[in-house]
Structures are given as C-alpha cells and as structure tokens.
Design a binder for this molecule. Structure first.
Ligand SMILES: Nc1ncnc2c1ncn2[C@@H]1O[C@H](COP(=O)(O)OP(=O)(O)OP(=O)(O)O)[C@@H](O)[C@H]1O
Ligand SMILES: [Mg+2]
Length: 395
C-alpha cells in the first residue's frame, strides 16, 4: 500500500457543499502508513463547522476501511470558530440575510469587471449556491444586458423591489430602474443612498453570496459599500499591461484600507484564444500580474483569455459560463468560482469580514467623505454646509 493508493481513495471524499474532493483542494496534508492495518491522516480544512468535520471523518474512514486499514486515525485541522462578538465591535450589516459579499473592483474602467461578475455569479449558481448579482455601477450599468434582462422592470412589493432572475441568479441594477439612456449627475450623498437602498430595499432571498459589480476606481460607492456591509472578499480585475497594473495596485490598496479580505486578482484578456485555430497567443502580455499579487500578499485566481465568445455572451445576454460550459474560458471561471467559495468559507470561519474599523465618524445625515485616505484614517466630523476639499456630499 502506497501514499498514492491512499490519495486515490481519498479523491472519493468530496468537500461538503462542493463538487471537488479534499485531495484536489489540497486539504490532505499528511499520510502516515504505520502498517497494513494502521494509518493516520492529517486533513487541514477551511471550515470550522462541526458537520463538515464529521462528514469528512466518516467518509475518509470508510475509504480507508475499504483499503484494508482497520485503525484509522484522522486529525482534522480546522480554523477556530469566530468568537461571539458584541455589536459594538462587529461593525455594520444592513443586509444580514446575505451570508457573504464579494466586491468586484478595478482601478480603471473597461478591464472586464462586469464580465467577471456575471460569469463568477453564474458559475457559483451552477455549483449550487444561492447567488445574487448587484450592479453597483450606477454610472454605467451593464449587468441587465449581460444577463439578458434588459428592458425588464422589477416588480414592486410594498415599498421594496423584487430582484430580477436569470441563470439561477437574482439581479438588481440601476439600469433596471432608470429609463434607458437616462443620465444622472451623481452627488456623493446620492451614491451613498443608492448603494444603501440596493442592499436594504431589494427583496434579496437568503443568499449564500452577493456578487457586487463596482464602478471603476476607488470612490464613494466602494467606501459606502464597505461601511454598509462586512465585505467578505475583494476581487480585483486587471488586464496584463503595465499601465493597468498600476491601477490595480490602487484597487488592492483600497481593499487593505477598507479592511476587506483580498481573494485575489483576475487577469483578464490574458492571451487570445483564436476561435478558428483554437490556439492561444499573447497580446497584452501574460502572467505580468503575478508580481503585483505578491506585493499585496495575494494570488492570481484566474487568467481569462480574450475570447470572442465572452464578448458575444456579454452583448447578447448569454454568459459564456452557462452557454458554452465546455469552453476553456467557462472552465476557468468555474475554477475561479470554486476557489472563491473556499476563500469565503475560510474568511467566514475565521470571522475576518468585519467593517467596524471603517465606520464613518460623521454625524448621522452627513455623508462620509470619499477618499480612501478617509477610510484609513477617519476624517474629523464635519457639519452640513461646511466646505471641504474632497468627499461625498461636499461637491
Ligand atoms: N476576456 C474577454 N474576452 C473578450 N471580450 C471581453 C473579455 N472581457 C471583457 N470583454 C469585453 O470587453 C468589454 C468591457 O468589459 P466589461 O464591460 O466587463 O468591463 P468593465 O470593467 O465592467 O467596464 P466598465 O468599467 O465600463 O464598467 C465588454 O464588451 C466585454 O464583453
Ligand atoms: Mg462594468
């Protein structure tokens, strides 16, 4: 009996709630075959839930028994469950029925945030999660078109709105509420109100994950979101060119200042998959993002090539992940979604999503100011009407 045989058998143990097994996730850390009848395993998991531990214990023991081991010692290493914290330090959550929040951000526009948000949300729904997709890009809402629900108006129930639904994902967007083509001049205080209403006044179900597609940059929308709900995971989307990487540093630095756990970087438009010859070629450079990820102690969670099917999927409201599930791109989005779910699980188990450090210090009714510096070091309270250089409600 070899370690390979043992690993092969453990591949039959799927991680509870996921389709991948504990070996593929890399959770099996140590195998000690003492003799034909005795074995000890160390399995390092990301969840602190007792059900997860006991299911893995039972299934792994059964697999080892099948191999002939009679005495199976399983040491499951799990994060310590989060301590019960009092409200005064646990921060603010105006959408408590949503388990986890994912902020999809980028330093600059047009790098593929909305495309990433759509495909990650669809992938997680296909993996059995209850997923919502909030288009917080109030300036240029694209999600309705990309999800094929443009022109559909949400139903009103009382003074709340029912989210739209497509591909198993609940959706809300400013584009579904405003008249088509209408432009609003957004003041900081209006941005705050819009983001808060999206979280409070939409009848989201009890979601596992709400994916939030942000406007480009690091401004009022990002700060308001971080102050309103404890964001579980931040994802930065970038393209591989150096100029884009400079912007993605800003986005990663914003996560740090807003105390948002960083899930990683998605390198979009990384290489080109030629639809007729099925080969991949380097256009903007590939793999340049790795160094930036290291700088910010995070990782590149996916490299998504330029593929015409992605753009067509976006334009026609038929996301590639759902409509071309066998394509290379769909597989990469599915993989990124799986890894994101593991990351979320870990952050929740460790109780790391906490926005208490970024609460505004301004009095009620006065908008918090918008610069990321303001988030890092809260500005002194201002009274309404007082002039200020930067920040929402000040222009
Ligand atoms: N990997 C890709 N391959 C091909 N086309 C892509 C890819 N990623 C994005 N696109 C296309 O590029 C355009 C811009 O993408 P997208 O709208 O997702 O960017 P964005 O960062 O959300 O932009 P904005 O900052 O304006 O909101 C879209 O037409 C989209 O379909
Ligand atoms: Mg967008």
């Amino acid at each position: 009996m070899t370690e390979e045989n043992v690993l092969e058998a453990l591949k039959n143990v799927t991680y509870p709630g996921f389709t991948k097994d504990i070996v593929t996730f890399g959770f099996v850390k140590d195998i000690q075959i003492i003799d034909e009848k005795n074995i000890t395993l160390t399995i390092d998991i990301t969840s602190s839930a007792d059900e997860v531990k006991s299911q893995i214990n039972t299934e792994a023991t059964a697999q080892m028994n099948k191999l002939g081991f009679e005495h199976v010692g399983i040491n499951i290493v799990a994060p310590t469950p989060p301590k019960q914290v009092s409200n005064s330090v646990s921060g603010k959550n105006i959408a408590p029925h949503v388990k986890s929040f994912v902020m999809v951000s980028s330093g600059k526009g047009g790098v593929g945030k909305s495309t990433t948000s759509v495909n990650l949300a669809v992938a997680m729904a296909m993996q059995g999660k209850k997923v919502g997709l909030l288009d917080a890009d109030i300036y240029g809402p694209n999600i309705p078109r990309m999800m094929g629900v443009d022109g559909i108006k949400p139903e009103i129930q009382g003074n709340k709105l029912q989210p739209l639904k497509a591909y198993g994902v609940e959706i809300m967007s400013m584009g579904s509420i405003m008249e088509e083509g209408a432009a609003l001049l957004w003041r900081g205080s209006m941005i705050m109100k819009a983001i808060e209403q999206f979280l409070r006044d939409i009848l989201w179900s009890d979601l596992d994950v709400l994916v939030i597609d942000m406007p480009p940059g690091t401004g009022d929308a990002q700060l308001t979101l971080a102050q309103s709900v404890p964001v579980t995971a931040g994802i930065t989307v970038t393209t591989p060119q150096e100029v884009s990487l400079d912007d993605s540093r800003r986005s990663l630095s914003m996560f740090q200042k807003l105390h948002i756990p960083t899930a990683g970087i998605i390198e979009n438009m990384s290489g080109f998959i030629c639809p007729t010859c099925d080969t991949e070629s380097d256009i903007f450079g590939m793999g340049t993002t790795e160094a930036v990820a290291k700088e910010y102690d995070t990782e590149v969670v996916a490299r998504i090539p330029i593929e015409p099917a992605i753009r067509i999927g976006g334009d026609t409201g038929m996301p590639v992940t759902y409509h071309k599930p066998d394509s290379e791109t769909a597989k990469r989005y599915q993989e990124a979604a799986r890894n994101l779910l593991v990351f979320i699980d870990k952050v929740n188990a460790e109780g790391r999503a906490d926005n208490s450090a970024v609460q505004p210090t301004t009095p009620p009714g006065v908008s918090a100011c918008s610069t990321s510096a303001a988030a890092a070091k809260p500005a002194p309270a201002k009274t309404e009407g007082e002039s200020c250089g930067t920040g929402c409600g000040c222009h």
